[in-house]
Write a protein that binds this ligand. Sequence first.
Ligand code: NAD
Ligand code: UFG
Length: 346
Amino acid sequence: MSNTVLVTGGAGYIGSHAVLALLQNGKNVVVLDNLSNSLRAALDHVENICGKRPVFVEGDIRDSALLDQVFSEHAIEAVFHFAGLKAVGESVREPEKYYDNNVAGTLTLLKTMNQHGVFNFVFSSSATVYGCPSEMPISEETKVERPTNPYGRTKLIIEDMLRDFSDADERWNIALLRYFNPIGAHESGLLGEHPQGIPNNLLPYISQVAIGTLKELKVFGNDHPTPDGTGIRDYIHVVDLVEGHLKALDFICEHKGLHTWNLGTGTGYSVIEIIDSFEQVTGQNIPYSFTERRAGDVAESWSNPAKAKVEMNWVASRTLEDMIRDTWRWQSNYPAGYASTPTPTH
Ligand code: NAD
Ligand code: UFG
């Protein structure tokens, strides 16, 4: 094994945490990112934490000539595939962009991997593939339903594509990792989420309210069929999530074929519970008001993560308090995310 991992989307939120974890675990890392939703400064922060930096290639996963060059120049053992667009609302307005970037991009990547004899692949899927879930908690046995938006459908299409590749050629070793709701930041306060524009997701929105960038949180619906009427989700610390990727890589290198795991904590919290915890942990006041339900939102989504525990010995160990404390440390240190730091010179 060459010990080098290609991380697509490695300058992004989850990808940058994965790059750090890989470097800290003695791997060589090549990042391929087109910086469409991230800044290169994230990799400077990785270096500040661990004293190492990945090779960085600025480019697009749809560029097959560039991919060919990357695989020719580096002895890549495995790919962590984070690159993709993820804004649900935008995917409804501009589906073509999503099918092109996510589906066509992944196909280009897989074709190049095949040409270069690289078959270890860890894919960022999402609980969105369970659509309107037929049971709670959600296990990997829960029926996969039609996702409620084009973004979600790109994830399901890619999962199906990977299953077909695996069925057709036994050299493929694939992990489908279905994330629940990743939040939090590295405990150093140096790495975190850097949403561009107004955040779509709950925690980045709440932290921008807390820091004063946004005025108040709109809670989408208080009439869901949940105990307090607000949506319930399974929030997972981003560092636990990336630890799941490292375990998945070890697993697929030893157990051939395609494997699917939920990455969640197994506990759901409502929006109101998140607001209350955020206020308690940070001492900040979060003004909020109720508004209409958001189109496509499910009332509740939380995981049964037992399969990952049994098969990979992975559990999410960080608490909601850890997630909020780390989010707040990052947000307070870098109110404008990586744009708060000087422009990187390398
Ligand atoms: P992110 O936007 O922070 O990171 C994605 C990175 O990919 C960005 O750095 C972006 O510049 C890059 N990128 C996008 N298209 C590219 C392309 N064509 N070529 C090269 N680079 C490209 O998002 P994230 O939150 O870190 O998510 C990472 C992955 O996890 C995505 O595939 C996302 O769909 C998936 N996921 C995220 C969540 C979540 O809540 N954050 C939940 C489930 C699944
Ligand atoms: N919410 C609000 N106000 C906001 C933002 C969110 O009330 O301003 C609520 C939502 O209605 C939901 C909860 O907070 O009940 C969590 O919403 P997020 O947008 O943070 O997360 P979602 O579960 O809706 O979406 C996430 C990812 C998607 C992924 C989906 C399923 O962002 O990419 O999980 O895995 F598809």
